[in-house]
Design a protein around this ligand. Structure first.
Ligand code: ADP
Length: 737
């Protein structure tokens, strides 16, 4: 029987090799991640080996005969191989059952050695055969089921190696049952070969493609076969003819003849094996330059990301016959993270967005620029610690290869390729071609991304616009409603306070309070009136009563309103050169309101004792005659940034809290509606208003000058036209309904 010829030393080495292999697998999977039962199994095997080694060295121990021990320790490799296979394919579903079974069998073996109740060695042999059958059968089932689920050729290649190991081991164990030195030796050689291959498969992550190796060997054999056939064919033919008789010269001639024929046929044969067999080995060939040309033509000038992905994978999936593929967009979010968004290119693709660290393991790998296989993420220790979300994402994508698209060291995208329908792996040539295609994608991808960004921005802007419009509407409604609502109670308060003042007379001790009441309500009424006007402007219902207007007269009227304030504040007002101005068509009252506002502002924003000058001049322009009036002061001036905004509703410069509410006091700002109303009125006259100032400075007082430009005859004006309702959006058109 086999056990009689087994050397204990050889067997112990064998057992040790299995344990070391198992340790390797466990370490590769990171010891802390491995399920407890695998660890328990490892411990059990080690104890078994220690026991056995102890028995080998200490012969005096009261133990069963060496043969029996040798026999039962032979179960160790079977048990270890089962566990090893489970760890190798990462399929530990059966591991607990396997462990329980092993423990049971181990206990049985131990019982048998002590002669209870059966004859030890024979039963031990049965157990061994059983166990090996179970181990090899189980391992084959596990490997095949994993193989079926696996689409990646790289993973499948790894399993190919394990299938070869299974065949080797099955043969070895089968042979070990036989007798005779040769059979035993052959069994041992096969077992060592299996162990060696297992070590290689475990340690070598990128083992050469086994199918390719087999095909190359086949090609070699086919070529050799064809050449031998030719050789022997000629030789036999020549011998049949009987010429030349085999002299030295004759045989020299014959071999030269054969060599000549072979030399003539060889290129053809090489071509045949090259064409036919290469096609078998490497799949359909492609013309690299043609592919690149076709690809760059297809992707150029596409500005839409979806169309770009489809066009790119139209070419790529044709060349490689892919199951599916996607263009992954990578964009930095600016917070140390980047988003990866797959866009479907071909077949079914998960288009889930992933956020990764910009300088995390995955992105750093992409940054290297070379193609990167999903297999590497699964297998290489460097990627063991990538976050679970990233691992899940790449698993869901079911891709085989990622080819980074880089622009100036920055990864802007990936070509993500699914497995090929042929099940072939991507070879070095393919990777080179794909890198070139990725480079060709850069300009198109950048353009498409830019367009996408712009679209998004447009969307944001239009959303913002809608919000602003709604806010503006609310503001308009607010002014309209409050001013209307305030008017009635205000007129009551104002009426009653005036009656009260009259009744009390000037000598009453309360007259100062009542006086304050009257002034306060008057100011309030003015503000409400302005608010009402502004709301009329907003809803396009400010009516202009047009007539011939003498601006000199209008401005004098406006100035007279402020005589007292000018005196109080010690300002000098000079009005010059207005008499010569032509009369214009406009609303006298509204224009007086405009200039009154400008004079009021000049009074307010100029320190006491200031100078206010109003000048005017006529302009003849191609579009007609214009009048320009300038209201200039030597006050605090206006910042460049504020100059166009002061005409907005409610816009006031400086510290709002410091504004006083007085109407003519220094810096006594109002609600910020005066200039907005003035501009509305001037616009309604098809005129223009703007301000010029060197800036705001309360020390040096650079002053401001407000320019009002009014057309003498507004465009489209016809004298017989009635009062015009000024509508928003058509303010510039005089006479529009
Ligand atoms: P307000 O009712 O606050 O005076 P306006 O619409 O009349 O509102 O003016 C808006 C803002 O423009 C004022 O708050 C003020 O800061 C600035 N401003 C207007 N006129 C002058 C001026 N002549 N000199 C300096 N600042 C001015």
């Amino acid at each position: 029987m086999a056990m009689q010829t087994t050397s204990p030393v050889l067997l112990s080495i064998e057992v040790l090799i299995y344990v070391v292999l198992m340790l390797q697998v466990l370490l590769r999977r990171q010891i802390e991640e491995v399920e407890e039962y695998l660890l328990a199994y490892l411990g059990l095997s080690l104890i078994l080996i220690l026991l056995w080694l102890t028995r080998l060295t200490i012969h005096a121990m009261p133990m069963p005969p060496v043969e029996a021990i040798v026999s039962w320790t032979k179960v160790v490799p079977a048990l270890a191989f089962g566990a090893l296979t489970m760890a190798f394919v990462r399929q530990t579903r059966w591991a607990p059952a396997w462990l329980m079974g092993s423990v049971g069998l181990f206990a049985l073996s131990v019982a048998l050695q002590f002669g209870w109740p059966l004859e030890g060695p024979v039963v031990a042999l049965i157990i061994r055969v059983l166990l090996w059958s179970l181990a090899l059968g189980g391992a084959t089932a596990i490997v095949l089921s994993t193989y079926r689920r696996q689409t990646s050729p790289l993973h499948r290649n790894r399993l190919h190696y394990w299938l070869v190991i299974l065949v080797l081991l099955a043969s070895a164990e089968g042979m070990s049952l036989g007798t005779g030195f040769v059979v035993q030796a052959a069994s041992r050689v096969l077992r060592w070969a299996a162990a060696g291959l297992a070590t290689y498969a475990i340690l070598q992550v990128h083992a050469p493609d086994l199918r390719t190796l087999v095909r190359v060997a086949l090609r070699f054999l086919a070529l050799t076969g064809m050449l031998s056939l030719i050789f022997f064919g000629i030789l036999t033919a020549v011998q049949r003819v009987g010429w030349p008789t085999i002299t030295q010269r004759g045989s020299l001639l014959l071999t030269s003849l054969i060599a000549l024929v072979m030399a003539i046929l060889l290129p053809g044969l090489l071509n045949l094996s090259g064409d036919v067999l290469s096609r078998l080995i490497f799949g359909a060939a492609y013309d690299e330059q043609e592919v690149v040309r076709h690809y760059s033509q297809s992707v150029s000038n596409i500005l839409d990301i979806d169309r770009l992905a489809a066009a790119a994978f139209d070419v790529i999936s044709q060349v490689f016959n892919l199951q599916h593929g996607a263009l992954v967009l990578i964009q930095s979010t600016g917070t140390g993270h980047s988003t990866m968004l797959p866009v479907r290119g071909h077949g079914n693709v998960s288009t889930q967005l992933l956020e990764v660290e910009t300088f995390g393991t995955l992105m750093n790998r992409f940054r290297q620029g070379t193609p990167f296989a999903q297999y590497d993420i699964d297998m290489l220790p460097a990627y063991r610690r990538i976050p679970e979300t990233e691992r899940q994402w790449s698993n869901d994508m079911q891709m085989e290869l990622f080819v980074p698209i880089r622009s100036q060291d920055e990864v802007i995208g990936l070509l993500a390729l699914g497995p090929r329908r042929s099940g072939e792996p991507f070879r070095r040539n393919d990777l080179n071609l794909l890198s070139t295609l990725a480079d060709q994608t850069v300009p198109a991808l950048k353009n498409a991304q830019m367009v996408q960004d712009m679209r998004r921005l447009n969307l944001d802007i239009s959303q913002l616009n809608t919000e602003l419009e709604s806010m503006n509407r609310t503001k308009t409604d607010f002014i309209g409603i409050t001013s209307h609502e305030l008017r009635t109670p205000l007129s009551q308060v104002s009426g009653y306070s005036e009656i009260l003042a009259e009744e009390l007379g000037a000598n009453s001790p309360l007259s100062a309070f009542v006086d304050g009441l009257v002034k306060g309500t008057a100011r309030l009424t003015e503000i409400v009136e302005v608010m009402l006007d502004v709301s009329r402007l907003d809803v396009g219902k400010l009516t202009l009563k047009r007539m011939s207007v003498d601006l000199h007269h209008v401005i004098q009227g406006a100035a007279e309103e402020w005589t007292q304030a000018l005196q109080e504040r010690g300002h000098t007002l000079i009005v010059e050169g207005l008499e010569a101005l032509p009369t214009l068509e406009g609303d006298q009252e509204r224009l007086q309101q405009v200039f009154s506002q400008l004079i009021n502002n000049a009074i307010k924003y100029t320190p006491d004792g200031g100078l206010i000058e109003i000048t005017g001049q006529g302009h003849a322009e191609s579009s007609g005659l214009f009048v320009e009036v300038i209201v200039e002061d030597n006050g605090i001036g206006i910042d460049q940034d504020d100059q166009h905004r002061i005409f907005d509703k409610f816009y006031r410069t400086g510290d709002l809290m410091k504004h006083s509410t007085g109407k003519t006091k220094f810096k006594g700002a109002g609600p910020g509606l005066g200039l907005s109303l003035a501009k509305g009125i001037i616009d309604a006259h098809s005129g223009r208003v703007w301000v010029e100032s060197r800036g705001h400075d309360e020390e040096s007082c650079p002053g401001s000058s407000f320019h009002v430009l009014l057309p003498v005859r507004p465009p489209g004006y016809k004298p017989e036209m009635a009062d015009t309702i000024v509508r928003r959006g058509s303010l510039g058109k005089w006479g529009s309904p």
